[in-house]
Design a protein around this ligand. Sequence first.
Ligand code: MG
Length: 284
Amino acid sequence: MAIHDAARPFVSRDVIEATLESAREYGSGVISTPVVDTIKQVGPDGMVTSLDRASLRAVQTPQTFDCHKILAAHERAREDGLSVTDDAMLFEHYYAGVRLVSAPGAEANIKLTTRADFEALERRSQTDARVGQGYDVHRLVEGRRLVLCGVDIPWENGLDGHSDADVAVHALMDALLGALGEGDIGRHFPDTDPAYRGADSMKLLAVVMEKVRAAGWRVGNADVTIVAQRPKLAGYMDAMKQNIARGLGVAPDRVNVKATTTERLGFEGEGLGISAQAVAMLVR
Ligand code: MG
């Protein structure tokens, strides 16, 4: 029976297997690591004694035991009113010691208990990051919906395209795929495929996010710029931001959506089309 503390979410297969193997052979297997800090024992008078670091180990979970023995130990401890801080202490008490095992990956099997633990983890994961950028353009035509960041915007013209032509979400998906090193949306959702005719780009974003998660990443932040002379988009910015945050599975403060005109210059300025640019950062 392997007993694990849910506060250690990074436990690996190697670590679990090391304890199972030991328990099969010796009746117990408790994962441990060498102690790196010097440990002092404080006496009742406040004076300290140094302990020999070489003989000390820090124990973690999983702690794996012969199932009948550990259950019996719990029963007896209840009857005896014995108070312990982990299962290994029970086993030590009733069966004369436990077998400690080490395994690759034990250092990563950290315990998340305090807010500071989570903050330290966040800082560490921020150091492993990938960035990607995306750019897309769609033509403005009559008789089409105008959809930007999944928000339907009532206007005389809409964006032309095979899908719903949500140019902003397309740029964002390209940024995510860019950070993943996975090419572009044309490769993943070819416009020759009838499956994507009129497709809701937010649903395609969900597919891209599955790829992001499957590769072990999450979104650190994303920034989207929509370039359009008209219509005025200011009133839709908040709804767009909320939509994108939901689509990326992050808090809204990790998403920025903004719009600009081009002072009537170029195709966007002449109202012939809308372009969008996006940058996304992925973190472990
Ligand atoms: Mg497009």
